[in-house]
Write a protein that binds this ligand. Structure first.
Ligand code: PLP
Length: 461
């Protein structure tokens, strides 16, 4: 900070210190130590980010799908300042409470569908999913079903990196990292398949949620966890009727349904919550990210009333909780964040701008034969790159199609994300802040078009 007058010198100093002292998440550590950070951010406003070299980028994925109000939002900073100067932190352990935490709980209960009316606060998404698993199991224990412990999750689902959330994640690199194991969560193998819609003789029955329940036995399964729309698995929107069918299945076998709304929640998909598109009410809903637009670390698990009623019959200490459960400053930011989302109509803006984005993706599909499967739900969008989509031929792995395209976008001032963790997979995700306007979306499509043209020229050489 002392050397801001010479940003180049500061950047190289930070790079040296970073290589020596920082281990980055979801980053190649060897490359990190060799080359230092790819970008050192120095500031941002709205949908734009600046780096120390003086470059400006459009934040096309809201950093980690979380900075929904965009960067440099002063009202959120003010809410944080006011709370911090009043009482920055107060515990919610041992029955203590404070105003922003209680008010935010009330607000979330009002927004969440059905009778999802009680929240347990955490500091992020992984903690929320671990908490949902524990509360689900605890509920079944209280009802006398001590064997009802297993969790079924979906292939390509991403639920975080704490041990339980990691094992529920259906992306192998994360799921298997460091060999950590939770023996009750070994079911990350169900597909996002239409089989759940009914027939047992469906060709995809094997590996479906229904087949796992039938094999394991309903008395051993606590819950099914799904993202309403899978994010980090490559932006997969479920087949129409799928979530309703999963809800029905859970009811049929008396199993909890956990909706992981960590990305979808708070307007990202053009409705307040992802499940609202399909009008289902899960038993638990995990939230994080968009609750504060990333301005403070906050998450939570919202639960239905009958679950709360069973748990509140328990007459001893609920031995679960994080130091930052219900952090007053984070909750004050959350309250302000929701106030702004409602005041500025950002949920419907996400829906409208999502339609613009969809038009743009279709335009790119028409122009480039290797762009396919463009999909959007509000401002959660993705598309695939394939050598020959009609013949279902993927790009050879050596082309590194998604990574190359994302690099081309980066060079042109747009940050987006590639997903290529399975052979033949080349998915690109776009999820800009909910404050984008039509011009911003056009700019994103324009940069993508230039980047795709460069990519197609490279293919020819
Ligand atoms: N669930 C989903 C759907 C996510 O996308 C993520 C993070 O990307 C998580 C859970 C984990 O959240 P966190 O990184 O805050 O622990």
């Amino acid at each position: 900070l002392a050397q801001h007058s010479n940003p180049e010198k500061l950047a190289s100093e930070l790079s040296i210190l970073d290589r020596k002292h920082l281990l980055h998440p979801s980053t190649n550590p060897k490359a990190q130590v060799q080359h230092g950070p790819k970008l050192i951010f120095s500031g941002g406003e709205g949908i734009h980010l600046h780096d120390m070299k003086g470059n400006t980028y459009i934040d096309g994925v809201s950093m980690l799908w979380n900075v929904n109000l965009g960067h440099g939002q002063k009202e959120l900073a003010d809410a944080s300042y006011q709370q911090m100067t009043n009482i920055a932190y107060a515990s919610t352990f041992y029955g203590y409470a404070n105003e922003p935490t209680v008010r935010l709980a009330e607000k979330i209960a009002a927004l969440a569908p059905g009778d999802l009316n009680t929240i347990f606060f955490t500091s992020g998404g992984s903690e929320s999913n671990d908490t949902a698993f524990k509360l689900s199991r605890f509920y079944w224990q209280l009802r006398g079903y001590t064997e009802k412990r297993k969790i079924i999750s979906l292939r390509r689902g991403y639920h975080g990196v704490t041990v339980a959330a990691q094992r529920a994640t259906g992306i192998d690199a994360y799921r298997n990292f460091s060999g950590s194991i939770d023996p009750d969560i070994d079911n990350a193998k169900a597909h996002l398949t239409e089989c759940e819609l009914g027939a047992k003789d469906h060709p995809e029955y094997e590996g479906s949620i229904r087949s796992i329940i039938e094999k394991e036995g309903k008395d051993r399964i606590a819950a099914v966890i799904v993202e309403p729309i899978q994010g980090a698995g490559g932006v997969h929107i479920p087949p129409e009727g799928y979530l309703k069918a999963v809800r029905k299945l859970c009811d049929e076998f008396d199993i909890h349904l956990i909706a992981d709304e960590v990305i979808c929640g708070f307007g990202r998909t053009g409705k307040m919550f992802g499940v609202d598109h399909w009008e289902i009410v899960p038993d638990f809903m995990s939230i994080a990210k968009g609750i504060t637009s990333g301005y403070a670390q906050l998450g939570g698990v919202i639960m239905k009333e009958h679950i709360r009623d069973t748990i509140t019959e328990y007459d001893d200490m609920l031995a679960h909780g994080f130091t930052y459960s219900g952090h007053p400053t984070a909750c004050a930011v959350g309250l302000k964040n929701i106030e702004i989302i409602e005041r500025d109509g950002l949920v419907s803006n996400a829906s409208l701008m999502g339609q613009e984005l969809e038009k743009g993706l279709h335009y790119l599909e028409d122009k480039y034969h290797f762009v396919t499967n463009g999909r959007t739900k509000g401002l959660l969008a993705g598309f695939d790159l394939m050598e020959d989509p009609k013949a279902d031929i993927p790009f050879d792995g050596s082309v590194k199609a998604a990574t190359t395209l994302v690099e081309n976008c980066y060079e042109r001032g747009l940050l987006i994300r590639p997903f290529d963790f399975e052979p033949g997979m080349n998915i690109v995700a776009i999820a800009p802040p909910l404050i984008v306007n039509k011009n911003d979306v056009e700019k994103i499509i324009q940069i993508l078009e230039n980047a795709l043209t460069a990519f197609s020229q490279k293919l020819k050489n």
